[in-house]
Write a protein that binds this ligand. Structure first.
Ligand SMILES: *[C@@H]1O[C@H](CO)[C@@H](O)[C@H](O)[C@H]1NC(C)=O
Ligand SMILES: *[C@@H]1O[C@H](CO)[C@@H](O)[C@H](O)[C@H]1NC(C)=O
Ligand SMILES: *[C@@H]1O[C@H](CO)[C@@H](O)[C@H](O)[C@H]1NC(C)=O
Ligand SMILES: *[C@@H]1O[C@H](CO)[C@@H](O)[C@H](O)[C@H]1NC(C)=O
Ligand SMILES: *[C@@H]1O[C@H](CO)[C@@H](O)[C@H](O)[C@H]1NC(C)=O
Ligand SMILES: *[C@@H]1O[C@H](CO)[C@@H](O)[C@H](O)[C@H]1NC(C)=O
Ligand SMILES: *[C@@H]1O[C@H](CO)[C@@H](O)[C@H](O)[C@H]1NC(C)=O
Length: 556
């Protein structure tokens, strides 16, 4: 018996020696406390990201191929794992009596169930229970995990492991002075109606006038604007009706959206469970993209999930749709920065967004609110992924005569993703003009955000009450509505949609009203960017001018 044990421990240490640490972190994020070990027979639903065949090939060609309707078969040649990868990973599982199944059409993500004790052995991990009192959540995570050495290069990451849930965003009310919006009145120089000059509220009708967005219904064509919701968020029908009756008498107040459930996302219409974020997104898009069909993509929370896996599920779900929405809006990432997640998770998600871009989908995200971390320049994520369009915020203050940068708007430079070539001229111009070319406080060679911006303060109805919100969620919803209307024009003319927007945006800065004053210094002036002439990391190219965009888009 003793002899057998000795042999066994020799074998075990030999195996351990060949383990390769894939991801680790020193501590759980702030707010999470280790409270114990989960039952060793608790089943974990794990997912593995496998190395994709030729992801850089996909990145390189996205510019040419970002047209709608690219067949999934074609994408597969880039993102499917190699035969060898599948064979090795499957044989590893088979030898442990486990079976994995693909969760994406290309098979680059696979799911496998195993108990905590199996996971601790197979991944040289220490799955533990962590509690976050403020978030009222308990999760099972490990601070480190490994894979057998021979699987090096085949497995990118395993989830959920080292990524923890991130604080959910909430829309701060305008009346809360701490949020920094003193007034929203239109300056005399902007041509809007007397009502809008007099009002301290940017109603949808005033926003239409501000940016020249048409209020006449778009032609009925097969064009869908998808609005994302996570964690079982849903919008409320009565709130939408009240919003339309209050602000948009020209729209039938019965106008509504379709609901698409992802990961068993629910839409139970319970008033108290209504998400303010979902309400503001649905109301702003239905109110501004007049006549365009809006679909709510409601993602439920899989057990033990985190924001990263929810976003990934949404992206993969959309990728698997025969007729995906041409435009998708995601504003849920309010407080997420690149420091919220580990690099492999962010890279995997960004590669899923690259696939959406390749399929011709315009994926639009808000840059969030910058006040979360005041100790460093931090780029917002997923805005910092080079394959999404990042929308920052602008505002109007009583003491200023022009549109200014939203004090709380997120912006900055990625420390993970390289600056894409479509940004080179714009960003170099900014760096030179500000003398920031050699600034070491932020990463001047990283993907810079935002790309564009729009007004960040509008009213919306939540739980039957009119709220005034201030958030880049409004900015992104306004911009997504504009993109959906432009896409509608093209589809009505028998053309494909706009697809991945960024190369087009960076070629047409003249279609934006440059925002040249203000900064995003809500958190601290030390870690803030100033709006400047031309592109800048506070407001991008500025706010949209619908008529110019339409003219350019019609000429494409
Ligand atoms: C796999 O299952 C077989 C048959 O039930 C068993 O003999 C073997 O020990 C199991 N292997 C592992 C690694 O659990
Ligand atoms: C894992 O278990 C869940 C139930 O918790 C089940 O729905 C799922 O199909 C299983 N997945 C695999 C890959 O076996
Ligand atoms: C915390 O979550 C549990 C369910 O997970 C719920 O029953 C409880 O009401 C929540 N508490 C608070 C303060 O939200
Ligand atoms: C909205 O729906 C209600 C109930 O179905 C109906 O009575 C009303 O006429 C509709 N309003 C419009 C403007 O279509
Ligand atoms: C800057 O970004 C690049 C990728 O764009 C990365 O390779 C590099 O490590 C980053 N540098 C710092 C100091 O974060
Ligand atoms: C940045 O550094 C390079 C190399 O040291 C130097 O040539 C250049 O003039 C510097 N640029 C600025 C704007 O300071
Ligand atoms: C923003 O402007 C202030 C005041 O001019 C300046 O001190 C600061 O360095 C600027 N920030 C950046 C990142 O350029």
């Amino acid at each position: 018996m003793l002899a057998r044990l000795t042999i066994l421990s020799v074998i075990l240490s030999a195996v351990n020696a060949e383990f390769l640490v894939l991801e680790k972190r020193e501590n759980p994020p702030d707010g999470f406390l280790l409270v114990g070990a989960p039952p060793s027979d608790k089943v974990l639903n794990l997912r593995l990201s496998l190395t994709q065949n030729d992801i850089s090939g996909l990145h390189d060609t996205i510019h040419e191929v970002s047209t709608p309707g690219n067949p999934l078969v074609w994408l597969k040649t880039f993102v499917a794992p190699a035969q060898d990868t599948l064979a090795q990973v499957n044989s590893w599982f088979a030898s442990n009596n486990l079976t994995a199944s693909p969760v994406t059409a290309a098979g680059d993500w696979i799911a496998v169930n195993m108990t905590v004790s199996q996971a601790n052995d197979l991944l040289a991990a220490d799955f533990s229970t962590f509690q976050n009192k403020a978030m009222n959540t308990t999760v099972v995570r490990t601070l480190s995990y490994s894979i057998p050495g021979e699987l090096k290069g085949h497995i990118v990451s395993v989830d959920p492991t080292v990524n923890f849930p991130v604080r959910k965003k909430s829309v701060a009310p305008l009346k809360n002075r701490a949020f920094g919006i003193s007034a929203t009145r239109a300056p005399a120089a902007r041509s809007v109606s007397t009502d809008c000059h007099a009002s301290s509220q940017w109603t949808p009708s005033c926003v239409q006038q501000l940016y020249g967005i048409p209020s006449a219904p778009a032609k009925a064509v097969a064009n869908v604007l998808g609005v994302s919701g996570f964690g079982n968020a849903f919008s409320n029908h009565r709130d939408l009706k009240q919003y339309l009756e209050t602000y948009l008498p020209n729209i039938n107040p019965n106008t509504t959206y379709s609901f698409i459930s992802i990961d068993d996302g629910v839409d139970n219409q319970l008033p108290l469970d209504t998400s303010s974020e979902a309400d503001l997104n649905i109301q702003t898009t239905i109110g501004l993209a007049t006549g365009v069909q809006v679909a709510f993509l409601g993602t439920g929370p899989p057990e033990n999930s985190n924001d990263f896996s929810d976003y990934l599920d949404e992206a993969n779900f959309i990728l698997g749709m025969e007729q995906p929405p041409q435009t998708v809006l995601n504003t849920f990432a309010g407080f997420n920065s690149e420091n919220s997640f580990q690099a492999p998770a962010m890279i995997s998600l960004c590669n899923a967004y690259a696939q959406l871009a390749a399929r011709g989908i315009s994926y639009i995200v808000s840059t969030g609110e910058s006040f979360f971390d005041c100790e460093a320049f931090e780029a917002p994520f997923p805005a910092s992924c080079p394959f999404v369009t990042a929308v920052g915020g602008s505002e109007f203050n009583v003491d200023e005569t022009q549109e200014t940068a939203f004090t709380f708007g997120g912006g900055g430079f990625s420390t993970l993703f390289q600056r894409p070539t479509y940004q080179d001229a714009a960003v170099e111009g900014y760096l030179k003009s500000t003398g920031n070319a050699n600034n070491t406080a932020f990463n001047v060679s990283g993907r810079a955000v935002p790309d564009v911006s729009a007004l960040s303060a509008m009213p919306f109805v939540w739980q039957g009450i009119i709220n005034d919100g201030g958030s880049t969620s409004f900015s992104a919803a306004i911009f997504a509505s504009i993109v959906a209307l432009l896409t509608n024009e093209r589809i009505a003319a028998g053309k494909p949609g706009l697809g991945f927007l960024n190369p087009f945006l960076y070629q047409n800065p003249q279609a934006f009203q440059d925002v040249v004053v203000g900064n995003n210094a809500a958190c601290s002036t030390e870690f803030a960017f100033n709006a400047t002439a031309g592109w800048d990391p506070a407001t991008g190219f500025g706010s949209p001018i619908f008529s110019k965009l339409l003219q350019i888009v019609n000429g494409l």
